[in-house]
Design a binder for this molecule. Structure first.
Ligand code: BES
Ligand code: ZN
Ligand code: ZN
Length: 483
């Protein structure tokens, strides 16, 4: 999809269809639409879509009235969905050239960016491996920016393209099946992205991980014929305005069978998305490379396949993590925390002053929060507030769950410093408490995205499958950073 910007009034935008948001409680009189409001056929409620042909007074061939809800509640997040839903409807009708004229009331870079992102996110499909020729996609998205500030629209279009592409890059990685995205292939994708965007990239192999003492990570990897890979990507600003160094740690389990504590067959195919945290970090790094924040940001992505091979680790095995702490592996399906333990230690030793991890860590987070909120845990209030602020600005819902010292009792082991599971209750919390032992005193936020990284049903504005959650928040966390 090509994205263009044009500085002409709305009525002169030439396109197959023009998207026009309409608000609840107001009446659109242009395009001959007044009658539709009078008849109650159009109300402006959120995501209501009404297509008009040969609208009078505009160059576009069609006008799509796109319900935008109450104008008081119209944030960039709402516009992202409105444009996404509009693009998906038009695309299904084989409309190729779509225009959107931003209203001067909403002509800030954040709204323009959200509109462009909505178009890119809505256009994305997960049909890469379908061979038919009935695939539909939009050729052109034209942003009409008449009456906006001189800098706001170009800046917004550029940011929107960067963020939309970064999220779709993440989604395309998450969508890859386990046979076609092994740890080695994920590392290769990281290398390619890094070289295309002038980022430093290093991939540690098994021997290097052994040298570093990453035995918690290696214990998970040993059940698979696919060797593990530890991706490290570094962004350094030309002129740092902050002494802080942000570390982004992402779970990269390219397929999670559960290992010897094997998962039931039902829905196991979905466990290809168990690298969504790692993929989110790759997407965020791609956006960060282009938006160039004034702080150092590094990504650490341990990639493994969790398989029950003949060398697989057993329940009861004890491993010494890189930090020196020993772990009794009660359940081999709680593998994410094991690989993240070593990744957090490595990130700290690489000089990161602040850490965020994202991981499809527990089924329990969906029990607690459903599929609407990311589960957020923090060992530091300042860091928590930074992430929550970024998430709010980006319309990504995150909800803080507790991380109190008392929960540590749940992880007691008779034979090692820690057990890797905490029993029946509070599963998302005990997983976070386990990670906290490895974040130690570094300000850190843990995002459990198991409930939000995958959509089971199509949304009007997003295809079912990977969502790309956390990419926007992590990017904004870096670009908005103030000491
Ligand atoms: N990858 C899973 C968590 C998961 C479950 C992600 C469902 C997405 C959807 C993780 O490795 C896991 O298996 N966790 C276990 C932990 C348990 C053994 C303590 C879980 O949630 O059941
Ligand atoms: Zn697991
Ligand atoms: Zn897992």
């Amino acid at each position: 999809m090509q994205i263009k910007i044009e500085l002409v009034p709305l009525d002169l935008l030439e396109a197959d269809a023009l998207i026009v948001p309409v608000f609840e409680g107001t009446k659109e009189e242009r395009f001959g639409a007044g009658d539709l409001f009078d008849a109650g056929e159009v109300s402006g409620k959120s995501l209501e879509l009404t297509l008009l042909h040969h609208p009078p007074g505009v160059a576009a061939k069609r006008v799509l009235l796109a319900g935008a809800g109450k104008s008081e509640k119209f944030q960039p997040a709402e516009l992202r969905k409105v444009v996404g839903a509009a693009v998906r409807l038009l695309k299904s009708k084989s409309v190729k050239r779509i225009a959107f004229g931003i209203d001067p009331d909403y002509a800030t870079a954040d709204y323009v960016s959200a509109a462009v992102e909505g178009a890119l996110l809505g256009d994305y499909e997960t049909d890469r491996y379908k061979t038919g020729n009935d695939k539909k996609s939009v050729d052109e998205f034209l942003v009409g920016a008449w009456g906006t500030g001189p800098d706001e629209s170009p800046a917004g279009v550029s940011r929107g393209r960067i963020l939309g592409e970064a999220q779709n890059f993440t989604r395309s990685l998450v969508n890859e099946p386990g046979n076609l995205l092994t740890p080695a292939i994920m590392a290769e994708a990281a290398r390619q992205m890094a070289s295309a965007h002038q980022l430093e990239c290093q991939v540690l192999d098994r021997a290097q991980m052994e040298e570093l003492g990453m035995r918690a990570l290696l214990g998970v990897a040993q059940g698979s014929a696919e060797p593990p890979a530890f991706i490290v990507i570094r962004y350094k600003p030309e002129k740092a305005e902050s002494a802080a160094h942000l570390g982004l740690v992402g779970k990269g389990v390219t397929f999670d069978t559960g290992g010897i504590s094997i998962k039931p067959a039902d829905s196991m195919e979905k466990m290809k998305y168990d690298m969504a945290g790692g993929a989110a970090m790759l997407g965020a790094m791609q956006a960060i490379a282009q938006l160039k924040p004034a702080m150092a940001v590094s990504a650490f992505i341990p990639c493994v396949e969790n398989m029950p091979g003949s060398r697989a680790q057993r329940p009861g095995d004890i491993v010494a993590a890189m930090s020196g702490k020993t772990i009794e592996v009660i359940n081999t399906d709680a593998e994410g925390r094991l690989i993240l333990a070593d990744a957090l230690t490595y990130a700290r030793r690489q000089g990161c002053t602040h850490l965020v991890d994202a991981a499809t860590l527990t089924g329990a987070v969906s029990v607690a929060l459903g599929h609407l909120n990311v589960g957020l845990f923090a060992n530091d209030e300042g860091m928590r507030d930074r992430v929550l602020r970024a998430a709010k600005a980006e319309g990504e819902r995150m909800w803080t769950l507790p991380l109190e010292d008392d929960y540590k009792d749940y992880l007691k082991s008779a034979f090692a410093d820690l057990a890797n599971v905490g029993g029946r209750y509070g599963g998302a919390v005990t997983a976070a408490v386990f990670l906290k032992e490895f974040a130690e005193d570094t300000p850190w936020v843990h995002l459990d995205i198991a409930g939000t990284a995958w959509l089971d049903e199509n949304k009007p504005f997003l295809a079912k499958g990977p969502t790309g959650v956390a990419v926007r928040t992590l990017t904004r966390l870096a670009t908005d950073w103030k000491d």
